[in-house]
Design a protein around this ligand. Structure first.
Ligand code: SME
Length: 304
């Protein structure tokens, strides 16, 4: 087993998230890199001890790599927010990655540098050796398991997406046939996330042509730049549509569709070859969390 320490804001959510990761043997809430001995929650809460709420992640490196864990960590923090994650503010909620083996630093730095390039500005995530760590009181361990309705700074769908992402990779890893991958990606997303309509449209000439999907019958062809799908293709970017009735030129395959997200799929040359289209029968279902995880799924299954 190996260990890494992640400070990602309130440790209840960070621990619950890493507990969903295959290959993680244990995720323990605690306090890291502070200035007192044996801190108690009430002392750390004063924001005067220097400790950060941190999760000690013990993992089997043969099942999940440090690089993957670090990548997952960046999926559940705002790396540009200093001493604040969600509504929680204070140095105890700062973000940080603390390691116990200097040989691990380059591995973490590779992911850190990629995220910093994406952000285009310096990140405020600490990257330091672990100086000290004290496990938190038992009432904080597995808090969200004990309190399913309890407070969490993370959107609850994150816990479904991390499981979905791993399930899809497990199911489809190594598959080369695009239609087969589209079919099971649609089925797994629809099954796990219970969206109203989930499917792919494929680029054929100057049109999008319906591919594998889950849901009610849909329009067969969509022109370049038409509808949400054709616009996502033309603009080559993920489109999150809180209200389809407000989207100019929206194509209503079903009158029940209220909100939508469309994610482009690329080939090795970076050309759009398809789009993943998901409809919801509820308004404003999708946001940046859906965009992040659906783009991760598309990259892992079709582009990597
Ligand atoms: N609403 C999409 C068309 C596809 S059906 O929703 C499955 C659009 O406007 O492109």
């Amino acid at each position: 087993m190996k260990t890494i320490y992640f400070a990602g804001g309130c440790f209840w959510g960070t621990q619950h998230f890493f507990a969903q990761v295959d290959g993680v043997k244990e995720a323990v809430c605690g306090y890291a890199n502070g200035n007192t001995l044996n801190p108690k929650y009430e002392e750390v809460y004063t924001d005067t001890t220097g400790f950060a709420e941190t999760v000690k992640v013990s993992y089997n490196p043969e099942r999940v790599s440090l690089e993957e864990l670090t990548d997952y960590f960046f999926c559940v923090i705002d790396p540009l927010s200093l001493n604040r994650q969600g509504h929680d503010e204070g140095t105890r909620y700062r973000t940080g990655i603390y390691y116990t083996d200097e040989a691990e630093r380059p591995v973490i730095e590779k992911v850190y540098a990629r995220e910093e390039r994406k952000a285009g500005v310096p990140l405020v995530v600490e990257l330091d050796p672990l100086r000290n760590f004290y496990p938190a009181e038992q009432r904080h361990q597995d808090y969200l398991d004990k309190n399913p309705e309890g407070y969490c700074h993370l959107p609850l769908k994150v816990f479904r997406y991390i499981r979905l992402f791993q399930d899809i990779r497990l199911f489809l890893g190594g598959e080369t046939d695009t239609v087969a991958k589209m079919a099971d990606t649609s089925a797994l997303i629809a099954e796990k996330m219970r969206f109203f309509w989930t499917g792919f449209y494929r680029v054929v000439g100057n049109q999008l042509v319906l591919g594998p999907f889950q849901g009610s019958p849909a329009c067969l062809r969509i022109g370049y730049g038409k509808g949400v799908c054709g616009t996502a293709w033309k603009q080559d970017k993920t489109l999150v549509v809180p209200d389809v009735h407000e989207f100019p030129g929206h194509i209503a395959c079903s009158s029940l569709s209220e909100s939508e997200i469309v994610v482009p799929v690329h080939n090795a040359q970076g050309e759009v070859t398809a789009v993943l289209d998901i409809d919801s029968d509820a308004p404003a279902t999708f946001d940046s969390t859906d965009a992040l995880w659906l783009e991760k799924i598309i990259f892992a299954i079709f582009e990597d």
